[in-house]
Design a protein around this ligand. Structure first.
Ligand SMILES: *[C@@H]1O[C@H](CO)[C@@H](O)[C@H](O)[C@H]1NC(C)=O
Ligand SMILES: *[C@@H]1O[C@H](CO)[C@@H](O)[C@H](O)[C@H]1NC(C)=O
Ligand SMILES: *[C@@H]1O[C@H](CO)[C@@H](O)[C@H](O)[C@H]1NC(C)=O
Ligand SMILES: *[C@@H]1O[C@H](CO)[C@@H](O)[C@H](O)[C@H]1NC(C)=O
Ligand SMILES: *[C@@H]1O[C@H](CO)[C@@H](O)[C@H](O)[C@H]1NC(C)=O
Ligand SMILES: *[C@@H]1O[C@H](CO)[C@@H](O)[C@H](O)[C@H]1NC(C)=O
Ligand SMILES: *[C@@H]1O[C@H](CO)[C@@H](O)[C@H](O)[C@H]1NC(C)=O
Ligand SMILES: *[C@@H]1O[C@H](CO)[C@@H](O)[C@H](O)[C@H]1NC(C)=O
Ligand SMILES: *[C@@H]1O[C@H](CO)[C@@H](O)[C@H](O)[C@H]1NC(C)=O
Ligand SMILES: *[C@@H]1O[C@H](CO)[C@@H](O)[C@H](O)[C@H]1NC(C)=O
Ligand SMILES: *[C@@H]1O[C@H](CO)[C@@H](O)[C@H](O)[C@H]1NC(C)=O
Ligand SMILES: *[C@@H]1O[C@H](CO)[C@@H](O)[C@H](O)[C@H]1NC(C)=O
Length: 665
């Protein structure tokens, strides 16, 4: 009995001794506490099942363990996870080094308690979720290298103590949240000298950018655009010579761009647009030979372009629009900018002939609106052997007071997709060759003195007839085509995503009828003919333009009825035929009646909703009209009768003679 008990104890003791060994030979077998933490985490999610069912949690999808069965990695990006993250469950995963839950729909906040218990964390990516609240007081661990909390709903100031443990931090991204307070620009001085990438953009940070970034000797990318930053650009940033990108658009920074910027020899991207920077461009800017994207538009820069700029032979995009720059561009050797694809010089005071720009062989977007006022468009005589601009897709020459006719040299720009010549003093007719551009889908000639008729050839524009092949599509991405100062980002995105197929000839002296061939332009989205001398009827064929969103025909001499087929235009959101000579009832449909009466006013003989005057059948005028119409219709019926008789005759004649002919053979 005693022996038996002794034996049992001995066995138990042996087992006790062997227990750790048994566990450790079973490499990766997950610890019970880790398993329950993970299950507790999963239980708070209302999302597709994670299929975490087997015994060994180290084999679960998204989980990695170390030799001892501690969970070191929890990687579940883009898994459709929904629900509140449970800090208490994650907090028990104390051996985590990698946590990536990006691109899910997690909510909740980062409680300091939970955060600090993850004191081995190296990589933390919670971007693209719905997390909110303020940041914890400190980074979780001194091993942390990457923190990405971008695209969430975090708010509040970044605590001054936050980076205390950040000596290994290389990448910190909190963009697209609603953080307030100062940008912590001294973080390299006190805590994080290893930073390579800092992104504070699209928040509500305010105040000055304090000095300190100059100590970020490894910093490559610094973004803090779209905030409320004020004051001068801190000069010590020119000590951070590893910088490859500085992006601070949409702030209120001012002062001149110092010549010391030439210290940043690695700089490839410099975006200071939508600020209040003034003064002249640094004379030695050209020493930054790696520059590719320079975006200075919407500032107060003045003076001439530094000739050294032509030494930036790697430039791909140069945006200088809406400043007060001036000077003769024809002294600059643009031929050296052989990589340049986009050039925006809009709304400045440049002089010189724009012919010089033809030597930029790769140019596909050229925006010169309101910049060369009084210079005149290069005439055909100037362009005899012209073969430049062969890659041009967008040419924008609006508001430049150009006189004379649309020059023939433009017809050689076979890749043109967008032609913008609004608000000049262009005379003469719309050239018929405009209809031959294989890719043109946006024509704006509004607000000129163009005369003649609507050329039928325009109804053959291939890009308005057929859906384009994928390679012919062209995205006009930021900040190519924003013409107003933008107040907020939602507006910005709206403007950029929408670039519809358009013909805008409004405010000219164009006369004659709309050709019936117009019905071919099935892909047209916006059609503006307002304030011209058009006459005749609104052709029925307009109802073939199934994609039409805007039809603006006001202030012309259109007569006849509004074709009832127009009610089939389901996408119309703007419609105006006011101040013409239209008559009869407005076709009834939810669509046309949804517009204000002002869209129809100024047509005395037009009646029915939304106009106040009803189409009374008893009114003399209406009876007269009806009679006239009946007469007209009778006339038509008569013509058709003759045509049928003739057809009958022809068919009959050939029926007889044809068979005689064949029989005789
Ligand atoms: C869980 O298993 C189901 C069925 O096999 C599968 O459709 C689903 O994608 C799995 N979930 C995850 C997160 O792997
Ligand atoms: C976390 O650990 C604590 C104690 O170590 C325990 O009380 C708690 O239940 C654990 N939480 C989970 C979700 O496992
Ligand atoms: C998180 O996972 C996503 C998807 O795999 C990946 O693109 C991202 O780089 C990861 N984050 C980090 C910091 O490695
Ligand atoms: C940085 O991380 C390494 C391990 O990756 C670690 O050895 C080192 O102690 C950390 N540095 C500091 C200052 O904590
Ligand atoms: C920061 O994250 C956003 C996504 O939220 C991403 O678009 C951006 O490129 C990241 N910044 C850097 C410098 O990588
Ligand atoms: C900003 O964050 C929101 C919320 O996560 C996300 O839906 C949106 O796509 C993000 N915007 C950008 C530009 O990354
Ligand atoms: C740049 O760094 C040098 C030393 O590396 C220092 O003397 C100078 O003051 C710094 N410049 C600025 C503007 O901080
Ligand atoms: C330029 O960078 C060097 C270090 O590469 C530094 O010594 C110098 O002070 C910097 N100049 C300015 C104006 O910051
Ligand atoms: C352009 O660079 C060359 C060679 O580096 C130099 O000789 C020339 O002076 C520079 N031109 C300008 C205008 O700075
Ligand atoms: C161009 O110069 C004229 C006269 O010097 C000035 O009135 C005008 O404001 C300037 N325009 C721009 C956009 O700087
Ligand atoms: C535009 O040209 C007309 C004459 O062609 C001239 O009278 C007018 O002053 C010019 N406007 C500007 C802003 O240069
Ligand atoms: C953004 O700007 C547009 C146009 O100015 C305005 O209608 C809208 O209300 C603004 N939205 C916010 C959130 O400020």
């Amino acid at each position: 009995m005693l022996v038996q008990a002794y034996n049992l104890m001995a066995h138990a003791f042996l087992l006790f001794l062997l227990f750790p060994y048994i566990i450790s030979t079973n490499i990766h077998a997950c610890k019970q506490i880790e398993r329950s933490s993970l299950l507790s985490f999963a239980s708070t999610l209302s999302s597709p099942p994670l299929n975490w069912t087997s015994i060994d949690c180290c084999r679960w999808k998204g989980i990695t363990c170390d030799q001892d069965g501690w969970v070191t990695r929890l990687l579940l990006p883009s898994k459709g996870l929904k629900g509140g993250i449970s800090p208490s469950s994650l907090a028990n995963l104390t051996h985590l080094t990698h946590l990536n839950l990006s691109h899910n729909s997690l909510y909740g906040s980062l409680e300091t308690q939970f955060f600090l218990s993850l004191n081995r964390l190296e990589i933390l990516d919670l971007s693209y979720n719905c997390l909110s609240g303020e940041l914890p007081l400190s980074l979780p661990s001194s091993n942390i290298r990457t923190v990405d909390l971008s695209s969430n709903h975090f708010f509040g100031a970044i605590p001054s103590s936050f980076f205390q443990q950040g000596s290994n931090l290389t990448s910190f991204n909190v963009s697209n949240n609603t953080f307030t307070g100062y940008v912590p620009s001294s973080l390299c001085v006190h805590s994080s000298p290893s930073l390579r990438l800092l992104d504070f953009s699209s928040n509500v940070f305010s105040g000055n950018l304090a000095p300190g970034l100059g100590k970020c000797s490894k910093l490559q990318v610094f973004r803090a655009g779209h905030n409320n930053l004020l004051g001068l650009f801190p000069e010590d940033i020119y000590n951070a010579t590893k910088l490859e990108e500085i992006a601070l658009p949409l702030n209120s920074l001012h002062g001149a761009i110092s010549d010391k910027i030439v210290n940043l020899t690695n700089l490839a991207i410099l975006d200071l647009s939508y600020n209040h920077f003034g003064g002249e461009l640094p004379l030695n800017l050209g020493k930054l030979s790696k520059l590719k994207f320079v975006t200075f538009d919407f500032n107060n820069l003045e003076g001439a372009l530094p000739p050294s700029l032509m030494n930036c032979t790697n430039l791909v995009e140069l945006h200088l629009g809406s400043n007060s720059l001036e000077g003769d561009i024809s002294i600059l050797d643009f031929s050296r900018l052989s990589q340049l694809t986009k050039l925006d010089l809009r709304n400045n005071n440049f002089t010189g002939a724009i012919k010089i720009l033809m030597s930029c062989k790769s140019l596909h977007t050229l925006m010169l609106d309101g910049s060369f006022v009084g210079e005149g468009m290069p005439s055909d005589d100037d362009m005899v052997d012209f073969d430049g601009f062969q890659n041009l897709k967008l040419l924008s020459l609006a508001s430049s007071n150009y006189t004379g006719q649309i020059p023939v040299w433009l017809s050689k720009l076979k890749n043109l997709q967008i032609l913008e010549m609004r608000s000049n003093q262009i005379t003469g007719p719309i050239p018929s060759w405009l209809g031959t551009f294989p890719r043109l889908f946006y024509i704006d000639l509004s607000d000129n003195q163009i005369s003649g008729e609507f050329p039928k050839q325009l109804c053959r524009l291939p890009r308005l007839l057929y859906e384009p092949k994928v390679e012919d599509q062209y995205e006009f991405e930021l900040p190519t085509f924003i013409s107003e100062i933008i107040a907020n980002q939602s507006y910005l995105q709206q403007k950029l995503s929408y670039f519809p197929q358009t013909i805008d000839l409004s405010n000219n002296n164009i006369s004659g009828h709309i050709p019936t061939e117009i019905g071919q332009l099935q892909l047209l989205h916006q059609f503006f003919l307002g304030s011209n001398n058009f006459s005749g009827i609104i052709p029925n064929q307009i109802s073939n333009l199934k994609n039409l969103e805007v039809l603006e025909f006001s202030s012309n001499h259109f007569s006849g009825i509004i074709p009832s087929s127009l009610v089939s235009l389901n996408f119309l959101r703007e419609f105006n035929v006011s101040y013409n000579n239209l008559e009869g009832p407005i076709p009834t449909s939810t669509q046309l009646q949804s517009f204000n009466a002002s869209a129809f006013e100024g047509n005395p003989k037009l009646c029915g909703a939304p106009l106040p005057n009803k189409c009374g059948p008893n009114k003399d005028m209406d009876v007269d009209n009806k009679n006239n119409k009946d007469e007209g219709n009778g006339h038509h019926q008569l013509s058709w009768f003759y045509i049928f008789v003739m057809l009958g005759f022809i068919v009959g004649f050939w029926g007889v003679c044809g068979s005689l002919f064949f029989i005789s053979k």
